[in-house]
Design a protein around this ligand. Structure first.
Ligand SMILES: Cc1ncc(COP(=O)(O)O)c(C=O)c1O
Length: 433
């Protein structure tokens, strides 16, 4: 038996758990926005590992940084001072958020959100109710997705994510997204934080409205609540700004208390982070918010390893050096304009924020077609599979949205290539009876 080279495709079903409804695609290598499968078929990859590859595949600067660091030092414990963490945290604070604060490094988005959830619980203990009992309720929103660990899953206001795993973590209160009146009503004396994605990703690229963002901020100030932003998918430049919420309200009007990231930060090397604002806790409390999670309160074995930080540093350096957020904003607008100009009836709405673009599908019209209704697939998955067959990878989001999550360094010519496939497949789908 040759352990490194023997392989049988049947092993995937035999030995790997069935928790994903996988597409029948075996990727072998990638370069920029392209992916090749084991049969040599080429795809334009606008799934990008679900918003994970901001520079496309195998970016030479990232690959070189990872290789060089792997030859030097892959891992040490967080008991020691890791140079790459200090460098990466400086970039996140000074060049991404541009509000004073401190960062923690995790391995994933769910873990970054767990950290913010723990921050909220700690805040509620530090600044409790008048009788000394902790405040612990965290408000989250319908359509959200915060990850698959128990806390992050419980924060996710989607029954289909909780189903079969109850009881979930208590203390989360779910409110309709962008409904300011419902949010006001949901606040109780036990509320300690409001957690949300400024730009919901998994539910189909749904942004918070500017009014809603402002309402959240003023309610947080009024009731002494933490404003926690999940920028795992929308952060770090993807939406056309270094911070997703600044694509909704530019500038410094919105001042979150904590922000989580993952996905784009490491170009696919597992890395996440959360930032906490440097601000006082109030007169009775000598500590600052960013120092609330002190020694022993939180930790990770792998998070922020020298290798992960090397990947993160190389990635953020390119994003910032090459001004990719602004490039994404311009190209995203062009792509949306081009698709809108087709007046394709199968596309009912386009929500484009840089390289995070949701195309809403005419679900009823699609499901009325015999080939689709008898396929056993929902509309978004049927369309994503048809695109895949034609050589374009897109990501279904809910039943009626397909997302484009291209690399932020996409060129006009590469975008045109994808647009051509998208247009042809949509017109083929329109012609189905
Ligand atoms: C907004 C958001 N938060 C959190 C997560 C979870 O991140 P991870 O899968 O890295 O744990 C995701 C993943 O899709 C996400 O889109």
């Amino acid at each position: 038996m040759d352990r490194l080279n023997d392989f049988d495709p049947a092993w995937m079903d035999q030995y790997v758990m069935p928790n994903y409804g996988r597409f029948p695609l075996w990727p072998e290598r990638g370069e920029g926005p392209y992916l090749w499968d084991t049969d040599g078929k080429k795809y334009v990859d606008f799934a990008g590992g679900v918003a994970v590859c901001p520079l496309g595949h195998a970016h030479p600067e990232v690959a070189d940084a990872i290789a060089a660091q792997a030859h030097k030092l892959i891992h040490v414990s967080n008991w020691y001072c890791i140079k790459g963490q200090a460098q990466l945290a400086r970039i996140l604070v000074e060049e991404i958020v541009r509000i004073p604060g401190k960062c923690f490094f995790s391995n994933s988005g769910a873990e970054a959100n767990e950290g913010m959830i723990k921050l909220a619980r700690k805040y509620g203990v530090t600044k409790p109710l008048p009788d000394g009992s902790p405040r612990y309720e965290i408000i989250t929103f319908t359509g959200s997705f915060h990850g698959r660990t128990f806390g992050a899953m419980s924060a996710t206001a989607q029954e289909k994510i909780h189903g079969g795993f109850g009881p979930i973590v208590p203390g989360f209160v779910y409110v309709p997204f962008n409904d300011a009146a419902a949010l006001k009503q949901a606040i109780t004396e036990r509320t300690v934080a409001i957690l949300f994605e400024p730009m919901q990703g998994e539910s189909g690229v749904n942004p918070a409205t500017p009014d809603f963002l402002r309402t959240v901020q003023s309610l947080c100030q009024q009731h002494d609540l933490l404003m926690l932003l999940d920028e795992v998918q929308c952060g770090l430049g993807r939406t056309g700004e270094t911070c997703g919420w600044r694509s909704i309200i530019p500038g410094d009007e919105i001042q979150p208390d904590a922000i989580s990231w993952a996905k784009s930060i490491g170009s696919g090397y597992p890395l996440g982070s959360f930032w906490i604002k440097d601000r006082p806790l109030g007169e009775a409390h000598p500590q600052k918010l960013c120092d609330l999670l002190g020694p022993g309160t939180h930790g990770t074995t792998y998070g922020g390893s020298p290798l992960a930080c090397a990947a993160g540093l190389a990635t953020l350096n390119v994003i910032l050096r090459d001004n990719l957020p602004a490039h994404s904003a311009t190209l995203g607008r062009k792509i949306a304009g081009e698709v809108a100009s087709w007046k394709q009836p199968l596309i009912t709405d386009i929500r484009a924020f840089g390289m995070m673009i949701g195309f809403e599908l005419a679900e009823a019209a699609l499901m009325a077609k015999t080939a689709i209704s008898t396929s056993g697939k929902i509309a978004s998955i049927y369309v994503a599979k048809a695109m895949l067959d034609a050589g374009l990878l897109v990501v279904p989001a809910g039943p009626k949205v397909v997302r484009w999550l291209p690399p932020m360094n996409l060129t006009d010519a590469q975008a045109a290539e994808a647009l051509a496939i998208f247009k042809t497949v949509l017109s083929d789908l329109s012609n189905l009876s």
